[in-house]
Design a protein around this ligand. Sequence first.
Ligand code: NDP
Ligand code: 2IT
Length: 447
Amino acid sequence: MFKTKYVERVYNDLVEKNKNESEYLQAAQEILESLEGYVEKHPELEKQKLLERFLEPERFVQFKVVWTDDKGNFQVNRGYRVQYNSAIGPYKGGLRLHPSVNASIIKFLGLEQVLKNSLTSLPMGGGKGGSDFDPKGKSDTEIMRFCQSFMTELYRHIGPETDVPAGDIGVGGREIGYLFGQYKRIKNEFTGVLTGKGLTYGGSLARTEATGYGLCYFTSEALNTLKNTSFKDKTVVISGSGNVAIYATEKATQLGAKVVALSDSNGYIHDPNGINLDVVKQIKEVERGRISEYVKRVNGATYHEGSKGIWQIKCDIALPCATQNELDLEDAKTLVNNGVIAVCEGANMPSTLDAAKYFIDNKVIFGPAKAANAGGVATSGLEMTQNSAHLSWTFEDVDNKLKEIMVNIFKNSYAKALESGNKYDLLTGANIAGFEKVCNAMLAQGI
Ligand code: NDP
Ligand code: 2IT
């Protein structure tokens, strides 16, 4: 797995300390494999125990969240926040509400966030949080009471110059509103302590669209540089049907592509005529319904049980935008056999390690999550700037800045990929580009 003794020892110690945390170890393995060449060129890092210091989260908080459901029953959930690294700025990263959330998932997301935030070139450290609370089927008032209870504990750990949470799976505008309201009530302070806020109380235009749009800006730049082509007339498959998937569909379509499939955790829809996004937005954003509903409203579309089947649809570009490990080696082989030219990750770590390697080895453009989906947190960074300056920029201003950031993330990752000897290895490129800045800031600040 590893060529150098130092990196191997660091990984083995991590396994020893974090047994059974498979997602966390997967993210760490991916990063360490990419950094081996860099570490070999910088022997001072071993002496400084830099990798050990980088991998150890600065703080990990776990707490109890008790709330009452609409029937008056008490419910108990577990809340988390990992404050992973603050070398280059205050901790920054989303909150995930999903029954699968545990320490391993929060730590993998936190670790990825450190490098992602560094890639944006904005001054943000990395953090992540969430709860095993399941928002599905809950009423608005249940969501509100959960968010209030969650923030009643979280507020003491965060702040606009300390740690700034945002959304992720299961956390959108509604949840951020309830979380913000409770923070303001407890602290008696109106500050930019969360991003992804509503436009009436300090949110930024284009934050809702940012992750999906940014993913397409990154993919466009990669298509242009590596394959001398664009989204125009391409067939695109996008997994998920949440925030990231919806706005990736919107931008890919605007750029001339035809998006033919979307999914949720139950199954996927295939619409060979091109997804009608107004229908999807109505089902998902307004009614909070299931994607299967789509086929009742659009002629020619079909629904298939089981979300994995989506990778069997022939496409030029695949954008996994649902969740971790949703695309494995078998899926990768199917996509490559069907002629895919680009796979860029909207979700965090959607491809397994062997799937990612397979794409790179087969000269498919592989846009790793920390680079390709950084548009969301980058725009959160722009929201923080607007909040601290007490002003708001136009949609066009924010969108142009987002585009520039995504193009730069591609260029920086590509430059490091070229240096490492494989122009298709944007994974190594992104890891080195993100790590270098954090590493130098840590060295400069001492222990
Ligand atoms: P949403 O909650 O809006 O949507 C999540 C989507 O993914 C839903 O369609 C959901 O289906 C599906 N999904 C979630 N869990 C699973 C699962 N275990 N198996 C299959 N499908 C699943 O979340 P987002 O769109 O915000 O997030 C999607 C991904 O993008 C996540 O990996 C997130 O970390 C990442 N991301 C999000 C950013 C943001 O700004 N929101 C920024 C960068 C990355 P169902 O309804 O059935 O659960
Ligand atoms: O994974 C991510 O980058 C996010 N969920 C967005 C985090 C943020 O702070 O906007």
